[in-house]
Design a protein around this ligand. Structure first.
Ligand SMILES: C[S@@+](CC[C@H](N)C(=O)[O-])C[C@H]1O[C@@H](n2cnc3c(N)ncnc32)[C@H](O)[C@@H]1O
Length: 172
């Protein structure tokens, strides 16, 4: 189980596990853990795979406000080239959470070996920190991975990954 999944299952109590949304869910491997953990899972991906509820582009998918206990976008947002669109998706993720709902997302930083690749987005840490700060969520955890590792195609590359886990703020 990926560390981020384990962390989420520690944070969200079983009685608070309702709807969860996985943006760019791939073959649904992560969703299977969340389903097992008691969430009602829903995933979208632009590539159709057996078992994925909906084939859709993240940019076109409307996240219903105030609906989900959990929304994740693990290793998917960097594949959207327009940074403003990425920020729009992140805002919609925050709005889609119920009170005490959690969102988790990863982005690529500027030291990543793929920096500058067409069709991908890369963020300065401070830029995204400020943006996350402006949302209707509180930061629970931020992690940075910087170092060599293997891609899904088995090649070694230098990764610079910014990981954010946030919780929906209570209404004042
Ligand atoms: C590296 S995989 C990560 C899959 C999964 N989230 C995980 O952590 O294992 C990236 C996934 O995001 C999907 N994806 C990339 N851009 C997308 C977009 N604009 N809309 C929907 N899915 C997208 C790809 O099709 C792919 O399945």
């Amino acid at each position: 189980m990926k560390p981020y999944i384990q962390k989420i299952l520690e944070i969200i109590k079983p009685e608070d596990r309702h709807y969860m949304l996985d943006l760019g869910c791939g073959d649904g491997e992560d969703m299977a853990y969340f389903r097992k953990g008691g969430f009602t899972v829903y995933g979208i991906d632009k590539i159709s795979t057996a078992g994925i509820p909906e084939k859709s582009d993240i940019i076109d998918f409307e996240i219903k406000p105030n609906t989900y206990s959990l929304i994740v976008a693990n290793n998917t947002l960097p594949f959207i080239g327009d940074k403003d669109k990425v920020k729009k998706v992140i805002s919609s993720m925050a709005n889609g959470l119920v009170k005490d709902g959690v969102m988790y997302l990863t982005l690529f930083g500027e030291h990543d070996e793929w920096f500058g690749k067409h069709g991908m987005s890369f963020f300065k840490e401070v830029e995204i920190d400020d943006f996350i700060e402006s949302l209707s969520t509180d930061l629970l955890e931020k992690n940075i991975r910087e170092g060599y590792g293997i891609t899904s195609r088995g090649k070694e590359k230098f990764w610079h990954v910014l990981m954010y886990m946030c919780i929906k703020k209570p209404k004042i």
